[in-house]
Design a protein around this ligand. Structure first.
Ligand code: WTA
Length: 646
């Protein structure tokens, strides 16, 4: 662990919304009387009908219920678009930077309003009503933001599926949400390569019954099949649509979106976020954590297919009337300087990315960074996984020229917004620590039995009480919601993360303690990869664990037992990797596959993952107690044939 401390500079303490004294005072208020604190904060958005109740939350076992601002009415599009027209209609809302560096576009709030209304009218013309689920499978083009806001405008619930997911993964998400409408593009464009989005939708459509309409945005003009009666070109429908569309009044607790995310068991869950609390929380964290002031150019490099894109490309920034940059491409195309070229081109002030991107750029050395100016940068952010101190220092020194604080933001799809992070004018940073809780957030560290630990300690991270951005339920399965997050430690939200707290009260997230692995900042359930592998006809059994990976943070290590008589060949290894990519998507590709004649099991037949993890981590000297194994001999074979020998 790094012992270095980077204090807040005098300039930052002066310019920021919040300095240390203000942080401490506001934090104390926020936990002493949450209803009064959030009652005030709720006013940062416009309400169609003001709320009179602020917080109504129970974490009680079997009766978890979370409501914020429950009798208020508002609309997210009203807040992200319409309310800015009077004051900043001609200000740029979205800077779009294409995959090709010669392609970019500025969209003002007034243009955004027109586009969102037009899109909303197209949705209505295709029968979309309040409460309907609309699946969005789009690349990083402005239409992704228009589509999200159009759903919000008419009261439809969007479910975005990341463009890297396979037709199967897309189909199961369409089906779970029972979506009648999918919005996609002919093809996506990333790093100069085309992504067959419409073809993937066609393949997914064969597997579901609920789908009636596919709206297709023209992006590349590549040739695709259009199915009569189902598929509609968006530009043709939009040409006939009016740019006038009233907003649907929504209750604060009406769902805004579903977002599927991986857990330790079963299929991905539809995380449900609602309207009022989510927006208040996304807007407030965006303002304070990134210290956003009007006129700043803000860039979050995430994809809108992940929660970071929802809260910190679209909803938080636009609710704040910000200028938000949306990037279609990848950090290494057409050159490894691309991020910094874009920073210089659009004079980006605030830059928010993931540790995996930093580590991969770091591997190419300083020169591609140093040859760019980056003089506009003022603040850097990190999200998605723990940032190792070495990458933190490089980010700070090379990218930020020792001038820009780094906000290491810890949060989850489930939390809706950032829960633990430095505030740049208030919090001294320690490389590798997400530091201190945001307003209203009450982290606790508990041991395996649920005992709340005091002072410096290490254990599992729970949150003792609700905040407005918290997920409300798992779509269609409230029981699963309660079991996943509130059963391990009764009356507390369990994050699934391990963590350490130091003598200054700083939190250091150590990673997942469940069967979820974090590959390049993307969450992957080991059970999902295992079920994809055993679906292959030659595979009898599979066990998947994470192992340390220099660039990805964690890599996917699969132990595979073949059907009797099948040969463990190199060709089969490749075939299995291709198979998993096809079943789930490229982000789930196993990095290492070890063919194992047998897996370590207890006498009752339970796979001992602890042992498999140790072997994958190359720590076979500390396997722990193996006396409960049914056949201790399998372990020696696994060690002899382990794949990531150092
Ligand atoms: C991990 C992404 C350490 C963590 C917003 C969490 C982090 C999971 C950090 C959620 C961070 C995210 N430091 N770990 N700054 N940010 N994580 O749902 O394990 O895709 O539980 O949300 O990522 O991933 P998700």
């Amino acid at each position: 662990m790094s012992e270095k401390v980077y204090p807040v500079s005098g300039d930052w303490a002066k310019r920021a919304w919040v300095d240390q004294a203000k942080y401490q005072a506001m934090y104390a208020d926020s936990v002493k009387d949450p209803a009064s604190f959030w009652g005030e904060q709720g006013k940062r958005i416009d309400w169609i009908k003001p709320y009179t109740k602020v917080k109504d939350v129970s974490y009680a076992p079997g009766a978890v219920s979370i409501k914020w601002f429950e009798d208020g009415q508002t609309n997210v599009a009203l807040n992200c678009v319409d309310r800015h027209l009077a004051t900043r209609g001609d200000q740029t809302a979205i800077i779009w930077e294409g995959d090709d560096p010669n392609e970019s576009k500025l969209i003002t709030y007034r243009q955004l309003h027109e586009e969102v209304c037009r899109f909303a009218n197209v949705l209505k013309a295709h029968g979309v009503k309040k409460g309907d689920r609309v699946t969005i499978y789009l690349p990083m083009i402005p239409e992704a933001a228009y589509a999200m806001l159009a759903c919000a405008r008419v009261g439809a619930i969007h479910s975005i599926v990341f463009g890297g997911f396979s037709p199967d993964s897309l189909a199961s998400r369409i089906e779970d949400a029972a979506s009648a409408v999918v919005i996609t593009a002919d093809e996506g464009l990333r790093g100069g390569r085309k992504v067959p989005l419409k073809a993937n939708v066609d393949a997914a459509a064969d597997k579901v019954d609920c789908l009636k309409t596919v709206l297709v945005v023209r992006r590349t003009g590549g040739s695709i099949a259009m199915k009569e009666g189902r598929d509609v070109w968006y530009d043709e429908a939009a040409a006939k649509a009016s740019t006038d569309c009233p907003v649907e009044p929504m209750n604060a607790e009406d769902p805004l979106f579903l977002l599927y995310t991986s857990g330790s068991t079963g299929k991905p869950k539809g995380v449900v976020h609602t309207t009022g609390g989510y927006l208040v929380y996304a807007a407030m964290t965006h303002q304070y954590v990134f210290d956003y002031h009007y006129g700043d150019v803000y860039w979050c490099t995430a994809d809108v297919g992940w929660v970071t894109g929802h809260s910190y490309i679209v909803y938080g920034p636009l609710a704040n009337g910000a200028t938000t940059l949306m990037f279609e491409g990848i950090p290494t195309y057409p050159s490894i300087s691309r991020f910094w070229d874009v920073v210089d081109k659009h004079k980006v002030n605030i830059f928010y990315t993931a540790p995996t991107a930093i580590r991969s750029l770091m591997a190419a050395g300083e020169e591609p960074v140093k040859k760019t100016s980056r003089a506009s940068l003022r603040l850097l952010g990190s999200v998605g996984e723990p940032i190792n101190p070495e990458a933190w220092e490089w980010y700070y020194r090379v990218v930020g020229d020792n001038r820009c604080p780094i906000v290491d933001t810890w949060w989850q799809t489930e939390t809706g917004g950032i829960l633990i992070s430095p505030l740049p004018g208030a919090t001294a940073q320690k490389p590798g620590s997400a530091t201190l809780p945001f307003f209203g957030v009450q982290p606790q560290v508990v041991d395996a039995e649920g005992k709340v630990l005091e002072g410096p300690c290490e254990g599992n991270l729970v949150i003792a009480d609700s905040w407005p951005g918290q997920m409300r339920t798992v779509y269609g399965d409230h029981q699963r919601f309660m079991e996943t997050y509130f059963a391990t430690y009764p009356n507390k939200y369990f994050t699934g993360d391990g963590c350490r707290r130091d003598a200054d009260g700083y939190y250091w997230i150590t990673g997942r303690v469940d069967d979820v692995i974090n590959v390049s900042g993307h969450r992957m359930g080991t059970a999902e990869v295992e079920s994809a592998l055993v679906a292959h006809p030659k595979v009898s059994e599979a066990a998947v664990v994470g192992y340390p990976h220099d660039i990805k943070g964690q890599g996917i290590y699969a132990y595979v037992t073949l059907m009797t008589g099948e040969e463990p060949t190199e060709a089969l290894r490749k075939e299995l990797v291709t198979w998993v990519r096809k079943e789930i998507g490229p982000i789930a590709s196993p990095d290492l596959i070890q063919f194992a004649p047998g897996l370590p099991k207890t006498r009752s037949g339970k796979i001992m993952r602890r042992i498999l993890r140790k072997i994958a981590e190359d720590e076979f000297g500390s396997l722990g107690d193996t006396s409960t194994l049914a056949d201790p001999g399998v372990v020696n074979d696994l060690i002899d044939n382990r794949q990531n020998k150092r």
